[in-house]
Design a protein. Sequence first.
Length: 185
Amino acid sequence: MKGITPTILIALSIGLFYFYVNPQYSVIQTLQVDQERHDTALVASEELYTTKSSLIQRYDNFNESDVLRIQKFLPEQTDDVRVVLDIDTMARESGIVITNVDVRDTPESDPVLVAKKGGIVTDTNPYKTLYVSFSFDGTYTSFISFLKKMEMSLRIIDITDISFVQKADGTGYSFEVSLQTYWVK
């Protein structure tokens, strides 16, 4: 009996280790790995919260007129009417009355879009484009004044096409202008 008791106790210890301690130890190791991941995520979220608070504080310190200028420079949404009104204001300041205004989200002669008509067109740009075309009658001097006002505008405006012909009575020109402007998606 003396020799069998230690053997039973050793076998019982080995069985207890394999059937109870080892599975519990594996569970504890898994929980420790999860805890490390959660701790890392918690530190990252605290850093993000600190960064967010700092950015909000910096944004709140901006001058409101500067924020409005930035929003006009690259707006977050399209406002067709505002774009046309801005262009019309610049034209009137130059002594021009614009007519035949056409506003589109896609260009009429974009060969890529024409080729893919009926197909899916994927646009990966972080911005959208608004296409505007219009015509007016005026002098060359008023036209140059209008272009300078557009150049000085806060809104990003790219003139894509200009055509003009002299009027039959020789008093000025008939202009046609196409341009594009942008906003953030």
